[in-house]
Design a protein around this ligand. Structure first.
Ligand code: 3PG
Ligand code: MG
Length: 397
């Protein structure tokens, strides 16, 4: 990764290092309910601390629009952060100004200080230069470890990176490495597996993917829209009929770009969207008018097994069926299991991320077996759309 400095390029001992983290973690009953992002951030903080830096953590949390409020305070994640880094993390009531300066001045080298939610200031999302300058005043160096917030051109993700010597943190480094290997310089053939409910939210992604990959597997509700666009009756299935033209345009682009699109051969259908609903397996073009396709069927799983056999690289986004309710998780589980097994036996690089994907792969027991599963949602999707992420661009040498 010659484009970016990493922590290896910084002399951090005795310095104050601002680290942009993504502590925007899910909460339940006032407690962090999934510590994945915190656990993945911890190595960067621990490394900087052990190298003798004062580590100052910047992050947003939620989407507050009217200044400070207790619900969106980063105090809510302080204990979980302390646990993850194995030391008591200090807290400052503000991310800029005297409160931040005093909290940082009070601690010794090697300490970690968490600053209050950057979004408590409206200037953050406006990427206000004066606000970025106030942040930059707090430290000597800037490390961005928030790939999952890098699609936002905000003061703490973009503005401040331009004001201080900056580098990618270890998590950012891992994300960029995985995504570059998967999509920028992949070993071919490269396949993408794209699922999820709607094509309307993934038009740009699909448009970019068909130009980059050799094989595009479509599943989930969006596959129904493609089948409908080809003249198939999808019954009562989820289907964006007004997106048929866009689906046809993507298929035409795929043809020009020599990308083969694979649509389901069969489905598991039901009349009700609920766990354990009575269901049957039908060919893709035999869905009853009152039936919904809720998962890909066994013939599709077998077909995908054969088709994905030769792939050297697989990028995965989105579930292939209604994986939240059984038994409609079977298709996603089976294909994820197949990708996981091939990754484990060598010869396949598999990268997944975005929205529901992590949950779907975790449910399939495949999360730890993929080469890399991104902790990013929107940022991962924008990368797949071929967009340059402002937070990443600002780190370029
Ligand atoms: C996320 O959770 O996807 C990131 O933290 C970005 O949050 P945002 O969508 O509120 O900018
Ligand atoms: Mg988001």
């Amino acid at each position: 990764m010659t484009d970016f400095n990493t922590i290896d390029d910084l002399e951090v001992s005795g310095k104050t290092v601002l680290v942009r983290a993504d502590l925007n973690v899910p909460m339940q009953d006032g407690k962090v309910s999934d510590t994945t992002r915190i656990d993945r951030l911890a190595p960067t903080l621990k490394e900087l601390s052990s190298k003798g830096a004062k580590v100052v953590v910047l992050s947003h949390f939620g989407r507050p629009k009217n200044g400070p409020d207790a619900k969106n305070s980063l105090r809510n994640v302080l204990d979980a952060l302390s646990t993850a880094v194995g030391q008591k993390v200090a807290f400052a009531e503000d991310c800029v100004g005297d409160k931040a300066k005093e909290a940082i001045a009070k601690v010794h080298d090697g300490a970690i200080v968490l600053l209050e939610n950057t979004r408590f200031h409206a200037e953050e999302e406006k990427n206000d230069p004066a606000f970025a300058k106030q942040m930059a005043e707090l430290g000597d160096l800037y490390v961005n470890d928030a790939f999952s917030a890098a699609h936002r051109a905000h003061a703490s993700t973009e503005g401040v990176a331009r004001l201080l010597p900056s580098a990618a943190g270890r998590l950012m480094e891992a994300e960029l490495k995985a995504l570059t290997l998967a999509l920028e310089k992949p070993e071919r053939p490269v396949a993408a597996v794209v699922g999820g409910a709607k094509i309307s939210t993934k038009l740009e992604l699909l448009g970019n993917m068909v130009r980059k990959v050799d094989l595009l597997v479509l599943g989930g509700g969006m596959a129904n829209t493609f089948l409908f666009a080809q003249g198939t009756d999808v019954g009562a299935s989820l289907c964006e009929k007004d997106m048929a033209d866009q689906a046809r345009a993507i298929m035409a682009t795929a043809k020009e770009a020599n990308c083969e699109i694979l649509l389901p051969k069969d489905f598991v259908v039901a009349k009700e969207f609920k766990a354990g609903a009575a269901n049957r397996v039908v060919a893709f073009d035999a869905i009853g008018s009152d039936e919904m396709a809720l998962d890909i069927g066994p013939a599709t799983v077998e077909f995908l097994g054969v088709k994905l056999q030769g792939a050297k690289t697989i990028v995965w986004n989105g579930p292939l069926g209604a994986f939240e309710i059984q038994p409609f998780d079977a298709g996603t589980n089976a294909v994820a299991g197949l990708v996981a097994a091939r990754t484990e036996s060598g010869g396949l690089l598999s990268v997944a991320g975005g929205g529901d994907t992590v949950a779907a792969l975790a449910h399939a027991g495949a999360e730890d077996k993929f080469t890399y599963v991104s902790a990013a949602g929107g940022a991962f999707l924008e990368w797949l759309e071929g967009k340059e992420l402002p937070g990443v661009a600002a780190l370029k040498k």
